[in-house]
Design a protein around this ligand. Structure first.
Ligand SMILES: *Cc1c(COP(=O)(O)O)cnc(C)c1O
Length: 400
């Protein structure tokens, strides 16, 4: 007897979730490159107004390609759980903005970690403060310190975290943070860009909201800027996030959704190779005499290696390493031949950047120092080229 399949594995969901064949029978859904949608008659208009139909009306409010991508991402982050939904945004920053504006209003407080993605850092410390939303930092969201900070700030409505953190690769305990934050009545937002749902599913560990820069591994091919908010909190999604995307208008184009959806289909397969290559490259860097320090959650030397092993299904493709000085870093970066000197990450191509002068240049120097972003620090996003070729390029660039 055939059994009804209720839960499918990630590799299957990545390919099939959210996919619908339109009236043409096209196997791959077309790009609905349209601003508006027609109604056959006033009865259809009235049904929509009464909430009896969810037909499309205008592409800022919704577009079939965006719906499909949202369903796929929700399926992957949810790991088969019901009641999880997603909204797709024009960028990761638009998604983060909506998640924070949806959970923290004027007079509210946000607690976050010391090291953050540079633009998220700037948004919290310089933009949201202008709207009367204050913030404070707890270096690695250590439980005792976080508990104390929540007591100092009973007006805290959101704890925002990034793990592994950009660019230092420190790892934060999602389940422990969620438990402490919830006791104080605050929601937990996790930026899951570095790990992706393939390696880490924060909603299953108690987080309320996951945000993504889909620009990175989710698209995977470096063709689109995009973002997403995923949550199991139906009230937050319906009352805040859906409203924020519609009325602040940070919506993605139909073409961008389509490209991201195609990229997402291979995410589970890509992440497996990203992890294998990441491990090989991290092992090489750690052994190299010119490298002063290597931070990769998969290395035994990583301070939260054990936590990463518990919380993640793989260690990913991001590695931070220190060459000791700006001069040594610059010399190395200029000698690369195969790997590209470029920001962004999660592409099939290996990308290498200098956080202090690139992604984290917006962070003031004293804050950078407090975050461990030294002038000799380099971040590599290990791609899907053959690991031996990546290592050989790094080796020649490190050489004397
Ligand atoms: C890139 C990135 C963002 C911002 O996303 P955009 O798509 O560039 O707006 C946020 N968080 C992390 C961890 C990122 O790597």
């Amino acid at each position: 007897m055939m059994r009804k399949q209720t839960r499918r594995e990630m590799a299957t969901e990545a390919i099939h979730a959210g996919e619908a064949h339109d009236i043409s029978g096209a196997h791959i859904a077309p790009i609905y490159q349209t601003s508006t949608f027609t109604f056959p008659d006033m009865a259809a208009v009235e049904a929509r107004a009464a909430g009896e139909s969810d037909s499309y009306m205008y592409s800022r409010g919704g577009n079939p390609g965006r719906t499909a991508l949202a369903a796929k991402l929700a399926a992957l982050e949810g790991g088969g759980t019901e009641g999880i939904s997603a909204e797709i945004f024009a960028s990761g920053m638009a998604a983060i903005t909506a998640a924070l504006m949806g959970t923290a209003k004027t007079g509210d407080h946000i607690i976050t970690q010391q090291v953050l993605y540079g633009s998220a850092d700037h948004l919290i410390s310089d933009v949201l403060t202008g709207f009367g939303v204050s913030n404070s930092r707890v270096a690695g969201l250590e439980p005792e310190v976080l508990r104390n900070e929540l007591k100092q700030h009973p007006e805290t409505t959101a704890v925002y975290l990034e793990t592994p953190a950009n660019p230092t690769m420190s790892v934060i305990d999602i389940a422990a943070t969620a438990e402490i934050a919830h006791r104080a009545g605050a929601k937990v937002i996790v930026d899951n860009t570095f790990a992706t749902p393939v390696l880490q599913r924060p909603l299953g560990m108690g987080a309320d909201v996951v945000v993504h820069s889909t620009t990175k591994f989710i698209n995977g091919h470096g063709t689109v800027i995009g973002g997403a908010v995923v949550s199991s909190d139906e009230v937050l999604m319906a009352d805040e996030i859906a409203s924020l995307i519609r009325f602040t208008g940070g919506v993605p184009s139909p073409f961008d959704c389509w490209l991201t959806n195609v990229g997402l289909k291979t995410l589970p397969l890509r992440m497996r190779q990203h992890c294998a290559n990441g491990m090989d490259v991290a092992g090489f860097l750690e052994e190299h005499p010119a490298v002063a320090a290597t931070a990769y959650p998969g290395l035994k030397s990583h301070p939260q290696h054990e936590l990463a092993g518990r919380q993640m299904d793989g260690f990913g493709a991001l590695i931070a390493f220190d060459l000791g000085s700006y001069e040594a870093a610059a010399r190395f970066l200029e000698r690369l031949e195969l790997c590209s000197l470029a920001v962004s990450l999660g592409n099939v191509d290996t990308l290498i950047e200098h956080p202090a002068s690139m992604t984290h240049a917006v962070v003031p120097p004293e804050e950078r120092a407090a975050s461990g972003i030294t002038d000799g620090l380099i971040r590599i996003s290990v791609g899907l080229e053959d690991a031996a070729d990546i290592i050989s390029d790094l080796d020649q660039a490190l050489g004397t």
